[in-house]
Write a protein that binds this ligand. Structure first.
Ligand SMILES: Nc1ncnc2c1ncn2[C@@H]1O[C@H](COP(=O)(O)OP(=O)(O)OP(=O)(O)O)[C@@H](O)[C@H]1O
Ligand SMILES: [Mg+2]
Length: 253
């Protein structure tokens, strides 16, 4: 179902460019993320998907272009300031603390967002907000059974779930997820997809993913990148029918 209410546009990026020396990793990319939608970004290795996420989250500065979040121009804002304004991300590579428990990882993510950095190593029981938040995201992401396990000992799929849980612990309304399904088995994938569907009504979700079956099932909108540029953007049906996409990406002759 098309959602055109402009109030639901939580993030709008226009003509983003990011250069690495002579390489244009992101070339004039515009993208809109709406509440109630999963917007997938697909493309071959090196297409610029993670760089795009890094630009939106504020991890790296744009070479040019404009990023608006919830009506504010955040182009020059730092990553922590953008996180405060409601943007959360998960990483392509695990960023969990492997020696800490699932609970501690989530608690630290919540605590860091709450920005009382001097309390970060305080006894967990003394910090009500982050304890409650950690418990809530653990419950939500289906990690309850694994709550007290050491994160480094989790299965690959559970580590990806934990990444998403840590992202949610920062209370984002915009979620930028970099390959959350990578390496997951069929059951774990199904669980994550139904979880993303649950999150959808109250969040705008950007999903970078190589699992095409999953993308075409779950995405409301798909942007296709090739060598830093967008070659198509539309509904899954529109993208599937796009001749340029078929030639450049989906393997048509
Ligand atoms: N820190 C960096 N310094 C120099 N070049 C970089 C840097 N980060 C990314 N690049 C280059 O930018 C291009 C886009 O990389 P990016 O990681 O965004 O691709 P991707 O679409 O996420 O690929 P993948 O599907 O493999 O994760 C690549 O050519 C990559 O080598
Ligand atoms: Mg990537």
């Amino acid at each position: 179902m098309e959602n055109t209410n402009s109030q639901n546009v939580l993030l709008q990026a226009s003509q983003l460019v990011r250069r690495w020396g002579g390489l244009v990793a992101v070339n004039n990319v515009s993208i809109e993320l709406r509440r109630g939608e999963i917007h997938a970004v697909i493309g071959t290795n090196g297409a610029g998907k993670s760089t795009l996420i890094n630009l939106l989250s504020g991890e790296i500065p744009v070479s040019s272009g404009v990023i608006n979040i919830l009506g504010s121009d955040v182009t020059t804002w730092s990553q922590p300031k953008r996180a405060k304004s409601g943007i959360g991300r998960s990483y392509q590579r695990n960023t969990i603390f492997p020696d800490l428990s699932v609970f501690e990882n989530c608690r630290l993510a919540a605590q860091a967002h709450d920005q009382k950095a001097w309390l970060i190593w305080q006894d967990a029981d003394q910090c009500d907000y982050s304890v409650a938040k950690a418990n809530a995201v653990i419950e939500k992401t289906g990690l309850k059974e694994a709550k007290d396990r050491i994160a480094g000992a989790l299965s690959h799929g559970q580590k990806r779930q934990l990444e998403v849980a840590m992202c949610l612990a920062t209370d984002p309304v915009i979620l930028l997820l970099d390959e959350p399904l990578a390496g997951m088995g069929a059951d774990e994938t199904e669980r994550m997809l139904s979880f993303l569907n649950e999150l959808k009504p109250n969040h705008a979700i950007l999903l970078v993913e190589h699992d095409m079956d999953a993308v075409f099932r779950i995405a409301d909108r798909i942007t296709v990148m090739v060598n830093g540029s967008v070659i198509a953007c539309g509904t899954p049906a529109e993208v599937k029918a796009d001749r340029n996409v078929q030639i450049a990406y989906l393997g048509a002759e």
